[in-house]
Ligand binder design. Sequence first.
Ligand code: VAH
Length: 313
Amino acid sequence: KILIIGACGQIGTELSLKLREMHGNDAVVASDIREGDAELMQSGPFEIADATDAKLIESLIDKYEINEVYLMAAMLSATAEKAPMKAWSLNMDSLFHILNMAKAKKIEKVFWPSSIAVFGPSTPKENTPQSTIMEPTTVYGISKQTGERWCEYFHKKYGVDVRSIRYPGIISYKTLPGGGTTDYAIEIFHEALKKGSYTSFLDKDTALPMMFMDDAIKATVDIMEAPAGDIKVRSSYNLSAMSFTPESLAAEIRKHIPDFSIDYAPDFRQEIADTWPSSIDDSRAREDWGWEHNFDIEKLTTEMLEGIKAHAV
Ligand code: VAH
């Protein structure tokens, strides 16, 4: 049985629904600190739980006889800069609890998401390699990089089967993201449909690695289903699908909404984005466990515009 912690977040929601579709509704326990998507809460077991409350998480693991945990709770980059210590405790304590439960053999397999935010200003920006200089300058990036080191440590030292991906910016329409630097690439679609215009908080030529949600879910399911021996990187895998700038995304949207206009008012998030890679070399994920992406910027734009229209009430 599977436990998702942070099941009401942007990725958690769609991941939980996908895992329920694959394994059956009762086999996937969704948990979060707050309530979320109605379909998610009604389709199977749901528990309110704080990811930092080790006792409560352990009691859920016992109650449902959980053997696999997806730890999706985290404070994202922009929000974490505003509450550094709170972000650090949420992002790190939740991970330690799960790694220690896996070490104690209470659970067999763990998924923990990392991010391209582990890289920093001294990292090669183009085609960033799997192993390279990593000097992250954000609280979120520091927590993800530290988390990666601990995942590898628990694997090497105690044989914990923990698997991880460095997600790029994830674009989706079902659940909104909570306080990331890549969120502009979601807001832009909503505003394009609502108002025909958008003011971007990142500058026009800020290129960042991005991915459509379906690809992110596929990667997560694929890495978790791969034979343990294929997962050779036990810190976290580089993962990539596309890279674009606000300007090139706006041009793509104009193919559907010709009058769409964009202007730029960079805020504190620009500084964060400037420290991250613009494109990622994910050949290790492709070689080791057969990663392949399906969505490029064209397909992403069509899906987003149609998805938001279909979801609007
Ligand atoms: C953020 N979307 O902007 C997240 C992410 C690629 C960065 O992990 O904080």
